[in-house]
Design a protein around this ligand. Structure first.
Ligand code: 5WM
Ligand code: ZN
Length: 259
């Protein structure tokens, strides 16, 4: 048979369907949120999204080779209400971003507008025994997306963005020794759009109830630049991690609800 040369560099989003056919599925993420088509659903405000994070839940920051990831011990770190029919526990948060100084980088877009980065707070449904069981179930995950805009420094993000220089290579990991409450990364105004979608990275499971906050949070140009202290494999060897975002996917007739 032909020599199968394993490609050391992961293939980009437009090749994922070859190994993950669900990439062309009916509830893929991210999407472009067309605000005029979003439907205000009173039920979302009647049962407000409840975010109760503890401030000692963050254990470590690691370089996954595709993003930074803050690993969380979900004890006492739960969300419920809004579009969710049960309690979900925070397991990790990470982000996606673009090129240095650019304005693309978010995964979701709003009326075609991109942001320089997007934070994802990943939670799993407590009806399952662990995140591994939840990850491929239609109601398995809930991910809160927060847009980052370029502006003044985000004091709450600084303790995390200062750690990126300590985890330059894949599998590098540093412990978080200080108390940290991830809720500080949420915008003050808690309005959001919500729709049924998927993981935006392989294996692209269609298991995510997306909760995309309407308001961005401001981070400084230096904090966005700190994301590039993370390195990854590129076709020409090791380079700055950037453009680790999947572009918007077909809506396939899905409804986007709004608070
Ligand atoms: N951008 S995203 O948030 O859609 N991706 C998340 C993700 C990618 S994953 O397959 O590592 C995984 C395992 C368990 C829970 C979440 C994930
Ligand atoms: Zn993500």
């Amino acid at each position: 048979g032909f020599l199968q040369v394993a490609s050391p560099v992961p293939q980009g989003p437009n090749k994922w369907h070859e190994q993950f056919p669900i990439a062309k599925g009916q509830r893929q993420s991210p999407i472009d949120i067309v605000t005029s088509n979003a439907k205000v659903d009173k039920a979302l405000s009647d049962n407000p999204l409840k975010v109760s994070y503890s401030n000692n839940c963050c254990q470590s920051v690691t370089n996954t080779g595709a993003s930074f990831q803050v690993v969380v011990d979900g004890a006492g770190t739960e969300i419920s209400g809004g579009p969710l029919d049960s309690t979900y526990k925070l397991v990790q948060f990470h982000a996606h971003w673009g090129p240095l100084g650019g304005d693309e980088g978010s995964e979701h877009t709003v009326d075609g507008v991109t942001y320089p980065a997007e934070l994802h707070l990943v939670h799993w449904n407590q009806k399952y025994k662990d995140v591994g069981e939840a990850v491929d179930k239609p109601d398995g995950l809930a991910v809160i997306g927060v847009f980052f805009s370029r502006g003044k420094e985000h004091a709450g993000f600084k303790p995390i963005s200062d750690l990126f220089a300590k985890v330059p290579r894949k599998a590098d990991k540093v412990d978080i020794s200080f108390n940290y409450d991830p809720a500080c990364l949420l915008p003050a105004r808690r309005d959001y759009w919500t729709y049924l979608g998927s993981l935006t990275t392989p294996p692209l499971f269609e298991s995510v109830t997306w909760i995309v906050m309407k308001d961005p949070v401001e981070v400084s140009a230096e904090q966005l630049a700190a994301l590039r202290n993370l390195l990854w494999e590129t076709p020409s060897g090791e380079g700055q991690m950037c453009n680790n975002y999947r572009p918007p996917q077909p809506l396939q007739g899905r409804l986007v609800r709004s608070t």
